[in-house]
Design a protein around this ligand. Structure first.
Ligand code: ZN
Ligand code: ZN
Length: 359
């Protein structure tokens, strides 16, 4: 079965599998430039995924050794996982936004037990019950014995993607659009060229995980183990400046991409689609509805954990596995952060762990 789709105008996508993940695959894009082919994202670091990527690049009429550069939409392992191997095989540069490059640097510098300690502290502050936190402390001990864990050594990028600027790609016009929210340094890449089928609209947009046709990306809190579970500030300095509001960032980024009005969206999962403004409007309405629903739940004071338990997920809370509950509670916290920022909810004085209530 062919894993390659030709999108026209010197752009193809390769379906690179993500092992044991319901998302199924990452769409890695290959764009021709006068300096050689460039990849947008690379896929999960797994032998079968690597083989699919290499075969796909060959099916595009080139070879992995010929790759000129790798543009990474964000640091997540289903996007950035194979970047290091591509660079080793080809000598390509890897470009990433500074905010996600900082996360890559921290991930490389933080020992796995540091991450588990951070997660445990953060969950405790969110009001998670001890029986949920205990296994993390267990992992923490077993990791200390083995000292390693996969995915903790992502490749350091060599170039910075600067928001608003054209990437230095001869023969193409690809502009970086900073779209924080899913991660602090997420970028979309706007191909400012006429659509190959002359579809109406403003070029094409490689949207990463920011804008997907049928799912909404996870919006949590920007994780930073250096803060030991205390809030990350927007300017990165603890205790100074504004507290980061990833959901607010995401909603602003959505509006930015909607205003751009691309003729076609080339996302990193699922499939390409047109009419970005309608999809943006749908997502904005979805989040507004969700915030209103949460406000109703916060008529009584709740910890982020208690709110997550009461929120609507794709299955009952009792059936949500351990790892996904961690993601759910960070999503609940991102929504609380937004409501507090909007003045629609507030922390209850002297509550420990902190509870929040609608105002
Ligand atoms: Zn992602
Ligand atoms: Zn993804």
């Amino acid at each position: 079965m062919t894993q390659v789709t030709d999108h026209g105008g010197g752009v193809r996508s390769i379906r690179v599998p993500i092992p044991d993940n319901p998302l199924g695959h990452t769409l890695v894009y290959l764009a021709d430039t006068d300096a050689g082919p460039v990849l947008v994202d690379t896929g999960w670091d797994d032998p079968a995924s690597w083989d699919t990527l290499v075969r796909g690049i060959t099916a595009c009429g080139t070879a992995v050794e010929e790759i000129h550069g790798v543009v990474v939409t964000h640091h997540h392992p289903d996007h950035h996982g194979l970047s290091g191997r591509v660079r080793e095989a080809s000598g390509a540069w890897i470009a990433m936004h500074a905010a996600d490059a900082a996360i890559v640097r921290r991930t490389r510098e933080t020992r796995p037990e540091g991450w588990f300690g951070y997660m445990a502290a953060k969950l405790e502050a969110s009001g998670a019950p001890e029986e949920h936190i205990a296994p993390l402390r267990g992992t923490h001990r077993s990791v200390r014995r083995t000292g390693t864990l996969p995915g903790f050594s992502p490749a350091l990028p060599d170039r910075e993607i600067v928001p608003g600027e054209l990437l230095p790609l001869p023969g193409r016009r690809l502009r970086a659009i900073w779209t924080p929210g899913h991660t602090p340094g997420h970028v979309c890449l706007h191909l400012e060229e006429t659509h190959p089928d002359r579809l109406p609209g403003n070029g094409r947009l490689f949207s990463g995980d920011h804008l997907l046709p049928r799912i909404t990306p996870h919006i949590g809190l920007y994780e930073d183990p250096d803060t030991h579970g205390r809030p990350v500030h927007a300017n990165g300095i603890e205790g100074l400046g504004e507290i980061a509001d990833p959901l607010g960032d995401y909603l602003d980024s959505l509006e930015r991409v909607g205003r751009l009005g691309p003729a076609e969206v080339l996302p990193a999962h699922q499939h390409a689609f047109t009419d970005a403004p309608s999809r943006v409007a749908e997502l904005l309405a979805h989040h507004e509805e969700r915030l209103t629903g949460l406000l109703a739940l916060l008529s009584v004071p709740l910890t982020p954990w208690q709110l997550a338990e009461r929120m609507e997920w794709n299955r009952p809370w009792a059936d949500i596995p351990h790892g996904s509950r961690n993601i759910a509670v960070s999503e609940a916290e991102a929504h609380i952060r937004r409501l507090v920022k909007l003045g629609r909810a507030e922390a209850v004085t002297d509550s420990d762990p902190v509870t929040y209530v609608a105002v």
